[in-house]
Ligand binder design. Structure first.
Ligand SMILES: [Fe+2]
Ligand SMILES: [Fe+2]
Length: 187
């Protein structure tokens, strides 16, 4: 499945801007990590783009409905199991880099966008220091579990500051790509 078809499928199941933006953000972060680790950028990008495909229609069951929504595709069991592995208390182990990475960038990519929106220069010059400061502010993006942000990057084995740099760079690239289609991460 190519990116164009994946995006069409995503649009069939995701109508809200908020979730679309999150899907783009995780796509950008996953592509940046794939580049960094020499992994398959297309596959990792699609994992990011599609990981929450069932969330809007089946928020309670998420991500357990993803296999049904992806069943007509050629993405394969291993890909689909990687999507399943990002769920809370998932029976699918995060036993590969792509699974650890998906988990580590999922909440963080959107948290970084929330930080960028508070800054006049947005992503430009956004460093780990600003992210850490906002992580300490409990009222900021209060729903985001700080502990999870930290433990997921520990499992991945990337140093925290580098983790932020990789994701910020990925978001900058993603923003350029989706701007061409009339979307933005910073809406
Ligand atoms: Fe999710
Ligand atoms: Fe997500």
């Amino acid at each position: 499945m190519n990116r164009e078809d994946a995006f069409k499928l995503l649009q069939e199941h995701v109508k809200t801007d908020r979730l679309l933006r999150h899907s783009f953000a995780v796509e950008g972060a996953m592509i940046a990590y794939a580049k960094k680790l020499g992994e398959n950028e297309d596959r990792w990008g699609l994992l990011g783009l599609l990981h929450d495909i069932d969330y809007e229609k089946f928020p309670e069951e998420h991500p357990d409905f993803a296999p049904k929504l992806l069943s007509e595709t050629d993405l394969g069991d291993d890909f689909i199991n990687s999507i399943l592995s990002h769920g809370t208390n998932s029976p699918y182990p995060r036993d590969s880099k792509e699974r650890q990475c998906l988990h580590a960038v999922d909440e963080m990519a959107s948290f970084i966008i929330a930080v960028a929106l508070m800054r006049p220069t947005r992503f430009e010059g956004l460093k780990a220091k600003s992210v850490k400061k906002k992580m300490k502010d409990k009222r900021f993006a209060a729903a985001v579990d700080r502990e999870e942000l930290l433990t997921s990057v520990e499992s991945l084995g990337t140093e925290f500051n580098e983790h932020i740099d990789i994701i910020v760079n990925g978001l900058i690239e993603e923003e350029k790509m989706i701007n061409a289609d009339g979307y933005t991460l910073l809406g």
